[in-house]
Design a protein. Structure first.
Length: 534
């Protein structure tokens, strides 16, 4: 909360933006008219709105939030409109921007209005962090926030609720009724808004969940799930039906898991959406994964490989045969690493074929095949066909069973470069995992060339990261020769201190020593220790 005994006119005089004579003239007129000093100063053209905001910012040591700098954008997923209602916000020219722990950041035209600040503290139960803005920016900010997406969502929900319907309850649903309602304008617009917000927030996944008495909508941003403003529970089944229609899923099937997908155009780019539903005790859960191909440059530097990593990786990916595994948990970027390798080595002189489930990114010059188990097109069957297609390089989305693993190893031993993924925690464990599947050690030592394990970690926000003073005190065991930074938090990173992600990698080249250990079935711990010594 701001504490100051200085009045606005005194601040402007102290800043040299106003003379004593001009201030006296305005104060005399203010006594007669009752208008605010700031409004009179602008009306008399003694100062501009921006002059007043900048003066207050410098004098009080607070941020000047302006539209031009993108700082008048409230967080859409924190329920700020419930903390400060639109009527109060418009009356007192207050715009809530974000909430972090128990601190509410608000923009005000008059940050010296201590009565309003105290009211907000009592009304919200939060400490108040004030930033200053101009009346013009405030009017636009209020209009954009309270009359845009959130209010659209509310009006759409109200429209739908007025439409009624007992038919949205699971036990009384008729398929024809669902189809009609899901195509109705309110539901179509609501699903569009959910997708639009997710894309604008940089989300990788959308989670829609039905619980006993509520519905949950969450976005995964930089690997972390954040709660969003959830739809009304009466809308849930119609929303799911709309998504199923888009994803070409069976809207009548609610007892079994389903997968589907579709593409949407947004701001001159195409976003691929993968949909997956599972039945739960209270209704279906739907997850939508968003893939923005234009956002992802397939180059090693962007992914986080350093020169040392590339010195190990690049010689292996240009060899004409052998097998390279990329391992890590779901969502760790394994497919992206494989696509980057393919994008680096592709050439008109090479025949490259992939089999994936699903095909996440479409690459020019590469033949990509989608697995379809229902008609018998499995990884193993596709690989058999690939070997009759005169391939140079093959990429297999994932090794899940013995048959697929055998086909990959045989292809690697017969003059093909094979790339694939495994779900293991680190690189040495991938070796023992392949043997556990059923591959004999003498085959593995002949075919395997490199294992890459990876994770995604959040990047510090470039806008607000701050350097750590005396890092040697905090990191006693490390020899630190460069500047060290830590997360701070700002509007651009949703006050988390992090924005975007980068890969961290563990590379295990299969040299002669490691081959001998694999041949004699040494444990992953022994392989790890030997690799670290090397």
């Amino acid at each position: 909360m701001i504490k100051s005994n200085l009045k606005l006119g005194d601040i402007l005089v102290k800043q040299g933006l106003l003379t004593e004579e001009q201030l006296k003239f305005v104060l005399d007129e203010q006594k007669q008219t009752g208008e605010k000093v700031g409004e009179l100063l602008i009306k008399k053209q003694f100062v501009t709105e921006t002059d007043i905001a900048n003066a207050l910012s410098k004098q009080l040591g607070i941020l000047h939030a302006s539209l031009s700098k993108g700082l008048m954008r409230p967080n859409l997923h924190q329920g700020l409109e419930k903390l400060i209602l639109p009527e109060y916000a418009n009356m007192h020219k207050v715009l809530p921007l974000s909430k972090h722990l128990n601190t509410l950041t608000v923009a005000m035209v008059d940050p010296l209005d201590l009565i309003t600040i105290d009211d907000i503290m009592k009304m919200t139960g939060c400490d108040v962090n004030v930033v200053v803005t101009t009346p013009a920016d405030m009017d636009i900010g209020l209009s954009n926030f309270y009359q845009s997406k959130d209010l659209k969502k509310k009006s759409i929900q109200e429209q739908f609720i007025l439409m009624d319907s007992e038919t949205t309850r699971e036990q009384k649903v008729d398929v024809r009724d669902i189809f009609t309602e899901s195509e109705a304008a309110p539901i179509v617009k609501f699903v569009d808004l959910i997708l639009m917000e997710a894309i604008e927030q940089g989300a990788s996944d959308i989670h829609l969940e039905h619980f006993e008495a509520r519905v949950s909508l969450r976005y995964r941003i930089d690997g972390v799930l954040y709660e969003a403003n959830s739809p009304d529970i009466k809308m849930y089944f119609a929303i799911l039906s709309r998504v199923k229609i888009l994803a070409k899923m069976d809207i009548a099937e609610r007892r079994l898991p389903q997968d589907g997908g579709f593409s949407i155009a947004y701001q001159d780019k195409i976003i691929d959406v993968r949909a997956s539903s599972i039945p739960t005790i209270f209704g279906e859960k739907m997850v939508l994964r968003l893939l923005d191909q234009a956002k992802l440059p397939l180059v090693f530097d962007y992914l986080g490989f350093d020169d040392y990593d590339l010195g190990i990786l690049q010689p292996e990916i240009v060899k004409p045969f052998g097998m390279i595994f990329v391992t890590g948990p779901t969502g760790s970027g394994k497919s992206t690493t494989l696509y980057t390798i393919l994008n680096t080595i592709k050439s008109p002189k090479k025949n490259i074929i992939t089999v994936e489930d699903p095909v996440e990114y479409k690459l020019d010059g590469i033949n990509q095949v989608q697995v379809k188990p229902l008609i018998g097109l499995t990884f193993a069957n596709a690989l058999r066909s690939f070997l009759r297609q005169d391939p140079d390089i093959m990429m297999v989305g994932e090794v899940r069973d013995l048959e697929t693993a055998q086909m990959c190893i045989r292809a690697a031993l017969t003059g093909h470069l094979v790339l694939s993924t495994l779900h293991t925690n680190d690189a040495p464990t991938a070796v023992t995992r392949i043997m556990d599947i059923g591959i004999e050690p003498f085959l593995l030592v002949s075919g395997l060339r490199l294992v890459i394990a990876q994770r995604l970690v959040r990047r510090l926000c470039e806008n607000c990261k701050q350097e750590i003073k005396n890092p040697d005190v905090r990191f006693k065991d490390l020899n630190i020769s460069t500047a060290v930074y830590e997360a701070k938090g700002c509007e651009k990173c949703r006050f988390t201190g992090y924005k975007g992600r980068i890969g961290i990698f563990e590379l295990l080249p299969i040299n002669e020593e490691i081959r001998n250990m694999i041949y004699y079935r040494k444990s992953s711990d022994e392989i790890r220790k030997r690799a670290m010594r090397a």
